[in-house]
Design a protein around this ligand. Structure first.
Ligand code: PNS
Length: 181
């Protein structure tokens, strides 16, 4: 029987418990799920690509059919390269729907064979976003239970004034080497 591969694309800056919830749901219905991290030169992310990759790999290490990858360019081209059958996206609220519908239909126009599958995260994550997590952490609020403990720790380190100063003086010092696959 044909194995169904899906990609779960996104920025994951940082990955949250909502992302993890969706990964868990996706891993149950797809044979293989690739968490596809977008390399976006136009955005200045809080976490480097390597840092985000490492966080996602750590979060998903217990899911045997999940792997993390980095892509650039058109998502449909990446999907074709890894022979994906579907794209997994989360819809939290009606406000997500319009943007997600537009993207799904545009992707279908570009690649008619690629299906977009929408899943809803658990209710407690319906108001959660990476943007809000970044904002709360940057303003000194608690992000406990919104992100995995390891991400909470990385946020603390990243936003610690002493670490920021060290990174500013020596940009390479804060970089972690991403686990290679
Ligand atoms: O985490 P995000 O920012 O909601 O993810 C958006 C993402 C990465 C899925 C989207 O921006 C994307 O697919 N970018 C790759 C470029 C592309 O294919 N653009 C055309 C979309 S119709």
């Amino acid at each position: 029987m044909k194995k169904i591969t899906a990609i779960y694309p996104g920025s994951f800056d940082p990955p949250t418990n909502g992302h993890l919830d969706l990964i868990e749901r996706g891993s149950k219905i797809f044979d293989e799920l690739i968490v596809a991290l977008l390399r976006n030169p136009e955005k200045a992310p809080l976490f480097s690509l390597g840092e985000r990759r490492l966080m996602l790999e750590t979060m998903t290490e217990n899911f045997m059919n999940v792997r993390v990858d980095i892509f650039d360019g058109l998502m449909v081209d990446y999907a074709a390269r890894v022979k994906a059958d579907a794209v997994l996206r989360g819809i939290r609220a009606i406000s997500d729907y319009e943007y997600e519908l537009q993207m799904a239909l545009m992707n279908r126009k570009l690649q008619p064979d690629l299906e977009t599958v929408f899943m809803m995260p658990a209710e407690q994550y319906s108001y959660l976003s990476s943007r809000l997590v970044r904002e709360i952490a940057q303003l000194g609020g608690s992000v406990k239970s919104l992100v995995p403990e390891m991400v909470e720790q990385r946020l603390k380190e990243k936003l610690d004034p002493a670490v920021k100063l060290r990174d500013a003086r020596n940009p390479k010092s804060g970089k972690r080497s991403g686990k290679q696959r």
